[in-house]
Design a protein around this ligand. Structure first.
Ligand SMILES: *Cc1c(COP(=O)(O)O)cnc(C)c1O
Length: 426
């Protein structure tokens, strides 16, 4: 493999023109779209029009005339196309953490109604912390037990006491991807409900919520959906469940008739009851541009084509690291098996008993290669994380990132004290 060969792959890539949708600083290799997606060029004009025309000129009438009230559903319908859900099954609202609380609460109500003897919520030990914290809080309120396991232990633990299996489809640390359909089927066979977090899946890997007959799902707007910092999140409930109970944050936007102003709560039919308060219009407008940037791949193969390119990129990057950085103490943590890999590559680093993960990432950032660092509970589980967004990442970016990494390692650049100072956000 050579840099020229990577340039040839880019030249032959049918998805390559989609990169022009994004504002990306020249010379920068951005491998952190799994943490904050790049800025679609359409956002500035859209926000300008929402601010100056819809808000500035038309003021409160825009709730009706500009369709502000419909935004959570309209953007939800677009997200639905990316996660194998139907029209009217997804809404965009609140944050991933808050939506997780809503769906876990709804799942617990179903479980308590149908199987009151089941009082265990199962998840993965290395799930994203906010997911575990939300589950822990809910379990404390319900008097349930939260059981945390390694991925391979999950199927064996789905016994008669398990009410809910809550998993993140693609692990934020390792990039390991669960088989959503198989685990959903195993959970159902054992009498448990499933709650899936698609934070690292939506816009990155194909997801078939409906075909898998999953129960509930949430996901993030600011990662592979390119919705901007703090973009609202999405929530899906299988239509089979959506009308049975309402979620505990029974705010007026989830009411059947919010503008009837009745003193009592009557939930809206379907997924709309998962809305709570007034939608964040500016953020939703930016998120819609982000979701549109992913849907722009539909004419050239959609999520299937994006997945193919994502795997080609991660496979190339992992291979180049192993070949060109051999002997530097870097090791591949993400699965080698493509079927088990999301859209990121994670490395660990050990040299002379020391983990240089944080400093290596800082040295790369100083060279214009943006990845990130995730601390483990022990230094040997520290991780260097590189996200590959197939919409805008090129094969030559993978090559250039590895060349910088090779130089950082071979010159011992990461040992410089300036790369060891910690910032608040890693
Ligand atoms: C990014 C991410 C979140 C973020 O939650 P917020 O409520 O937006 O802070 C939650 N869960 C997972 C698995 C994530 O990857």
């Amino acid at each position: 493999m050579t840099r020229d060969a990577c340039l040839a792959l880019d030249a032959a890539d049918a998805l390559a023109p989609l990169r022009a949708q994004f504002e990306l600083p020249p010379g920068l290799v951005y491998l952190d779209g799994n943490s904050l997606g790049a800025l679609p060029k359409s956002v500035a004009a859209r926000l300008h029009s929402v601010v100056s025309e819809e808000w500035g000129r038309d003021l409160i009438q825009s709730w009706n005339t500009a369709g502000w009230l419909e935004l959570p559903r309209r953007v939800g319908d677009k997200v639905a196309r990316l996660v194998g859900a139907g029209e009217g099954e997804v809404v965009v609202a609140d944050s991933t953490s808050v939506n997780l609380f809503k769906v876990l609460s709804a799942a617990s109500r179903l479980a308590r109604a149908d199987h009151p003897e089941r009082r265990v919520l199962v998840s993965e030990r290395s799930n994203f912390p906010t997911d575990l914290y939300i589950a822990e809080g809910l379990c404390r309120d319900l008097g349930w037990e939260l059981v945390l396991l390694e991925p391979d232990e999950l199927p064996g633990r789905l016994g008669p006491d398990v009410a809910v299996l809550m998993l993140t489809h693609v692990n934020y640390r390792t990039g390991r991807m669960h088989d959503l359909a198989a685990l959903t089927a195993q959970a159902h066979a054992a009498g448990a409900l499933t709650v899936w977090d698609l934070a690292h899946s939506a816009g990155a890997v194909p997801v078939e919520l409906g075909r898998a007959d999953a129960d509930f799902a949430v996901g993030c707007g600011y990662k592979f959906l390119n919705g901007g910092p703090g973009a609202p999140a999405f929530v899906w409930a299988n239509p089979r469940h959506s009308d049975r109970f309402w979620q505990p944050l029974s705010g007026w936007m989830g009411h059947a008739a919010p503008f009837a102003f009745t003193p009592d709560y009557r939930p809206a039919p379907g997924i709309a009851r998962y809305l709570c308060g007034t939608p964040p219009v500016l953020s939703l407008a930016a998120l819609e541009c982000g979701v549109d940037s992913v849907l722009a791949a539909e004419p050239v193969g959609g999520m299937g084509a994006l997945r193919e390119k994502s795997l080609a990129l991660t496979t190339l990057f992992a291979r180049l690291v192993e070949e060109r950085c051999a002997g530097s103490g870097l090791e591949l943590v993400s699965p080698r098996d493509a079927a088990q890999r999301g859209s990121q590559v994670c490395l660990s680093h050990r040299a002379e008993g020391e983990s240089g993960g944080y400093a290596i990432v800082q040295a790369l950032i100083a060279r214009g290669v943006i990845g990130d660092f995730r601390a483990g509970d022990i230094p040997s589980s520290d991780i260097l994380r590189f996200g590959f967004t197939p919409l805008y990442t090129r094969f030559v970016d993978a090559w250039d990132a590895v060349e910088h990494l090779r130089e950082v390692m071979s010159r011992g650049e990461w040992r410089e004290p300036r790369f060891h100072r910690r910032s608040a956000v890693t």
